[in-house]
Design a protein around this ligand. Structure first.
Ligand code: PXP
Length: 239
């Protein structure tokens, strides 16, 4: 049996909580359920606009939950400061497109390499594993490696959107080839964005895949079967 890790993104627990501005559903409780049901990492994206996760969610999960915390942040001085204060186990630097849409692709690094290298260096020095969320292409993977990233998370959005279409095989091959390069560069390998109970298996089977980060589909399924079952089912499919 493969031991591929599952990171469960709990942002949309906070989305629901924020709909009524109340305390429930609680992100601390969600992180605990995730980590006791087969999830290996609790994943939180603290956005600049605080659309779902708030600073207090992040601080409480770090303080009150035993287990691995993976933080997704944009490449800004504010987020670097928060990462160094909260000290998650790992950080992934992600794009945050203007206008509040969720990322439709990996980080665009052109013109930002020096800034990213500095941020990666500062967070790494604190003993935190730093990764970049990039498109499954050689150029951004090599660039991330050159500026000191420990890990790569491959953006699976094109693969996910091509599910059931002819293009799907090409997009899966793109993820496979990119994964091969990441492993050749001896970096940690994960993938995410748009993965669900139908499309996850081929990605989980990619040689060298260390972890998949999945949010929306798990939280959506949890509405009907409960979070514990939704996490356990996904973990079982991945093995
Ligand atoms: N990985 C990264 C870097 C992300 O930004 C997201 C979305 O927050 C995910 C994984 C999870 O994507 P989804 O919610 O579509 O499963």
């Amino acid at each position: 049996m493969r031991n591929i890790k599952l990171g469960v993104n709990i942002d949309h627990i906070a989305t629901l909580r924020n709909a009524r501005n109340e305390k429930n559903p609680d992100t601390v409780e969600a992180a605990r359920v995730v980590l006791s049901s087969g999830g290996d990492l609790a994943v939180m994206h603290l956005r600049g606009d605080r659309r779902h996760i708030k600073d207090s969610d992040l601080e409480r999960v770090r303080r009150e939950v035993k287990g691995m915390l993976h933080l997704e942040i944009a490449a800004t001085p504010e987020m670097e400061k928060i990462a160094l204060k909260v000290r998650p186990d790992s950080v992934c630097i992600v794009p945050e497109p203007a206008g509040g849409a969720s990322a439709q692709g990996g980080l665009k690094m052109t013109g930002k390499l020096a800034e990213l290298e500095k941020m990666i260096g500062n967070i790494s020095k604190a003993g935190i594993d730093v990764g970049l969320f990039v498109d499954p292409e050689p150029q951004p993977i090599r660039a991330a490696h050159n500026i000191g990233a420990d890990s790569i998370e491959l953006c699976a959005v094109k693969y996910s959107e091509s599910w059931g279409k002819k293009l799907q095989i090409k997009e899966l091959e793109q993820l496979q080839l990119a994964s091969f390069l990441v492993k050749e560069l001896k970096m940690n390998l994960s993938a995410g964005h748009g993965l669900d109970y139908y499309n996850v298996v081929p990605v989980a089977r990619i040689e060298g895949m260390d972890c998949l980060n999945i949010g929306y589909s798990i939280i959506s399924r949890a509405m009907f079967v409960g979070l514990k079952t939704a996490v356990a089912e996904m973990k079982r499919l991945m093995q």
